[in-house]
Write a protein that binds this ligand. Structure first.
Ligand SMILES: [Ca+2]
Ligand SMILES: [Ca+2]
Length: 235
């Protein structure tokens, strides 16, 4: 009786043959999957030279133009990333508030048309707040006009500024990926410390505050971490 005739009759041999075929197919597949999995985690944990290739974009969260009275801060509350479509898909690494302002002082007196003096600088302070991350920056209108920006980050921007780093891919991601830290509530505050300028005889100056135009934007950083040698090959 030939092997195949035996196989056709013997149930035990049939099971054995099926098992052999199964293992012959399954083992290479198993090792292939195991190897590719090991490779993936190895690239995350292997110390190597990498280039961080990224791009900044800004998403407006709020904007306005308000007269802010001296010593009476403007509170900007109730800002939330829920108002932004697909916010959870963005790597929100920080927030920035840009402020621009002019100078308006009132002059009053019989001799103002002769000599009205000069305005004095106002100090404008902006603060952004998001969870535990608060940042403050101060600017001056220099008695005329001006502007300044306050920026707050919750990732390592120093690393972003480096062109080539010697780290593991996992470490780089943990430093530059916000991992959801940019989601949630935001608020801001702008205050004006107004100063009235000098007053020649017969003319008075007063300064009630200042008109401030502001924009609050989320800072989004899209990145790609490339092995440095791959970058070299591209050149
Ligand atoms: Ca002033
Ligand atoms: Ca003013």
């Amino acid at each position: 009786m030939s092997f195949f005739e035996e196989l056709a009759r013997d149930r035990e041999k049939q099971i054995m043959a099926i098992s052999i075929v199964f293992f012959v197919l399954a083992f290479p597949l198993y090792f292939f999957i195991a190897a590719s999995g090991a490779d993936g985690s190895a690239s995350l944990n292997t110390l190597d030279l990498y280039e961080i290739d990224g791009e900044y974009t800004f998403i407006e969260l709020d904007a306005g133009d308000e007269f802010i009275a001296n010593g009476d801060p403007l509170m900007i509350d109730d800002l939330h990333t829920d108002a932004i479509d697909d916010a959870e898909d963005f790597n929100i690494i920080g927030v920035r508030m840009t402020m621009t302002y002019t100078e308006a002082e009132q002059v009053n007196g019989p001799l103002c048309s002769v000599a009205s003096g000069n305005p004095a600088d106002d100090t404008i302070t902006g603060m952004t707040m998001h969870g535990e991350y608060n940042e403050t920056a101060t600017g001056s209108n220099n008695g005329d006009s001006g502007g300044h920006t306050v920026e707050s980050y919750w990732v390592n921007t120093t690393l972003i500024d480096e062109e080539i780093v010697m780290m593991t891919k996992g470490e780089i991601i943990s430093e530059i990926d916000a991992d959801g830290a940019g989601l949630g509530a935001y608020s801001a505050e702008i205050s004006v410390d107004a100063q009235a300028g000098n007053t020649p005889p017969g003319c008075q100056r007063s300064d009630d505050g200042e008109d401030v135009t502001y924009t609050i934007e989320l800072i989004v950083f899209d990145y790609d971490i490339k092995p440095f040698f791959e970058v070299l090959e591209e050149l």
